[in-house]
Ligand binder design. Structure first.
Ligand code: OSB
Ligand code: MG
Length: 374
């Protein structure tokens, strides 16, 4: 039985080897929040809220996550009995937004539930896949040659390349990569950097000629009507990321024809129950999904891995950034839960819950704060 008696909100700073440039920001470190939930039998569940340092991706940042966890979420679950993790997720239906904060609770409760019932999160989710197709991300570079060189550094590992774009840093970069590597399976990510206009439509019609794998979130997050207009103008599939924060958003986007794919980031949609519901909706509508990342630590990666094994979550995994950008990232694992076989990750997850074993001694050298709520 889930019966949580204490929570710890822990802040970790993950330093980067090099900056990660996208349309809305250059990210130079990841301050992530790890939530530890202590059950009355001593079992601990771990969750994560990997918000961006300022409200530039969605409206959250680490400080808002901490405040919402402390005041709005944790007090609602302490010293109460729950049968299932869905009951906890649905308890927060009345909380507006604050999806990263909600995700920290969702993930920790699922981890706890898996440990209490001796099930892996993969099995709770009904996942069956063991090999995950890898994809790498090329950031925004001032010089086209540098974008091509970054793509070259990944082509040996996988032909799936996601290129970050913004106005003025799009056609030349994408064309140069396709010319140099015609075999590349290229997808673009605008990270909400464009607004619909004749110029934008012309840009995307030009990009459309490059036989793209898809175009992710070109327009603003609230622009699902304009995404539908743009989708009618181009043959490349539009994928939505920032626009989809809930099952409701996904239903409206599919109804309007705003996208033909959805990137599911578990923190962006407020947790595991909602992520699974969005994937189910997509499956019924023949819309493929995939799992995106936010530079989460290996704790959050456990949930990403699990969702990536589920049916219909078919597009390549999109959360390798942490491996390339976070300093000593692999040292945070006590035991690597995967091996790389050609252009795939083969998962070896045997433990219950998230199933990723953490080297807490090393990870805690990156801890900057702990807040206890009981
Ligand atoms: O759009 O996917 C995004 C990181 C922070 C905020 C938004 C995004 C990202 C990434 C990370 O692209 C990609 C990765 O981990 O490989
Ligand atoms: Mg994206």
């Amino acid at each position: 039985m889930i019966n949580i008696v204490k929570a710890e909100i822990c802040t970790y700073k993950l330093p980067f080897n090099k900056p990660f440039a996208v349309s809305f920001a250059t990210i130079a470190e990841q301050e992530t929040i790890i939530l530890k939930l202590y059950n009355n039998d001593g079992t601990v569940g771990y969750g994560e809220a990997p918000a961006v340092f300022l409200p530039l991706y969605n409206h959250e940042m680490p400080e808002t996550v901490i405040a919402v966890l402390k005041k709005a979420l944790i007090p609602q679950i302490l010293n109460k009995e729950f049968e299932t993790p869905e009951q906890v997720d649905d308890l927060f239906d009345g909380i507006k937004g604050n999806k990263f904060a909600r995700n920290a609770v969702s993930m920790a409760v699922y981890d706890l539930y898996g440990k209490l019932t001796n099930q892996r999160l993969i099995d709770i989710m009904g996942g069956t896949r063991t090999d995950l197709q890898l994809s790498n991300t090329v950031i925004i570079h001032e010089k086209v040659e540098d974008a091509v060189e970054e793509a070259r550094s990944y082509m040996d590992q996988s032909h799936y390349i996601k290129l970050k774009i913004k106005p003025g840093y799009d056609i030349d970069q994408a064309r140069a990569i396709k010319e140099e590597f015609p075999e590349a399976k290229l997808m673009l990510d605008g990270n909400s950097g464009y607004r619909l206009s004749d110029e934008t439509i012309n840009t995307f019609k030009e990009l459309d000629k490059l036989d793209l794998y898809c175009i992710e979130q070109p327009l603003q997050s609230y622009d699902i009507i304009d995404h539908a207009k743009l989708q009618k103008e181009i043959k490349s599939k539009i994928a939505l990321d920032e626009s989809i924060e809930s099952l409701y958003d996904a239903e409206k986007a599919l109804e309007l024809g705003s996208c033909k794919l959805i990137n599911i980031k578990i923190p962006r949609v407020g947790g595991i129950t909602e992520a699974l519901r969005i994937n189910e909706l997509c499956k019924k509508n023949n819309i493929q999904t995939w799992v995106g990342g936010m530079f989460e630590s290996p704790v959050g990666l456990g949930a990403n891995f699990a969702l990536s094994t589920v049916d219909n979550v078919d597009y390549p995994i999109d959360y390798l950034g942490a491996f390339h950008y976070v300093k000593d990232f692999e040292k945070i694992f006590a035991k690597k839960p995967y091996e790389v076989i050609e252009d795939k990750f083969r998962l070896h997850i045997t433990e219950p819950g998230l199933g990723v074993e953490i080297d807490w001694d090393f990870f805690d050298t990156l801890k900057t704060d702990t807040i206890v709520v009981e």
